[in-house]
Design a protein around this ligand. Structure first.
Ligand SMILES: [Zn+2]
Length: 73
């Protein structure tokens, strides 16, 4: 019986800790936000990629070197 009580107490404490972690994680005012990265569209396949990861060629963006070589469609 005592082991059961200890087990319930342990589960309860674990639940409280998890809930506290979740709350502090979401309520943190200066939590890291997604950077405001502009999304650009691959001129070949239409895939949207972050501008800093895209390959630019003249006025077109491409998702990969392969598509940059293939050119706009
Ligand atoms: Zn592409």
């Amino acid at each position: 019986m005592l082991r059961f009580v200890v087990l319930v107490a342990a589960v309860w404490v674990a639940f409280l800790i998890v809930r506290q972690l979740l709350r502090s994680g979401s309520a943190r005012p200066n939590a890291p936000r997604l950077p405001d990265t502009r999304m650009v569209r691959c001129a070949h396949c239409g895939l949207h990629v972050p501008e800093d990861e895209a390959l630019q060629h003249e006025k077109h963006y491409f998702c990969s070197e392969k598509h940059r070589l293939a050119g706009p469609r």
